[in-house]
Design a protein around this ligand. Structure first.
Ligand code: ADP
Length: 163
């Protein structure tokens, strides 16, 4: 079985993430999209909320499952018996960090976990979860950045935060 994990913060999931998920789902028999529970990052959505957004967005993709994890990716991947991590690359700015992470994971896992990079579709090259949050904080239009139902949830969260 050709399986992969797509790990990330997904706070929130954007159309750029969804594009990578759809393309990776065509390459692997089984794709697990997994939300990293990173307490160090001050997230807008809880891990449970991020998982539920990803589940809704991928409900029509039969070979995609959504999960969450904490700790090291290599330990999580070993538990699941998966040897490939998928990551998206937007610009050269992503490259340095992603290269370092991929090499560290290969070293730590003694070669058991390798990383496959998918380059962003050009229309999403500018997109990031942090820019979505920044635009929404000023009530800007995020309809081109996230699915409609996610946009509603982001605006709702922003309103809650301001109260
Ligand atoms: P991180 O896991 O670093 O906290 P994210 O959750 O934002 O970051 O992203 C998870 C993965 O998706 C990363 O590999 C990131 O480069 C990739 N990604 C984010 N936005 C896009 C995009 N617009 N197009 C392609 N890949 C993306």
């Amino acid at each position: 079985m050709n399986a992969a994990i797509y790990p990330g913060s997904f706070d929130p999931m954007t159309l750029g993430h969804l594009d990578i998920i759809k393309r990776a789902a065509r390459m692997f028999d089984d794709l697990t999209v997994s939300v990293l529970d990173n307490k160090a990052k001050n997230a807008l959505f809880s891990v449970e909320e991020r998982v539920s957004i990803l589940k809704e967005a991928t409900k029509d993709l039969d070979n995609v499952t959504v999960d969450s994890f904490n700790g090291l990716l290599i330990d999580y991947a070993r538990q699941k018996g998966v040897h490939i991590s998928v990551r998206g690359l937007r610009a050269i700015t992503d490259f340095e960090y992603e290269l370092q992470t991929a090499q560290t994971n290969r070293m730590l896992s003694k070669g058991a976990l390798d990383t496959v990079f998918l380059t962003t579709s050009l229309e999403y090259a500018y997109l990031s979860s942090s820019s979505v949050k920044e635009i929404a904080a000023f009530e800007g239009d995020i309809s081109q950045c996230v699915p409609g139902f996610v946009a509603e949830l982001v605006y709702e969260k922003m309103r809650e935060k301001k109260l």
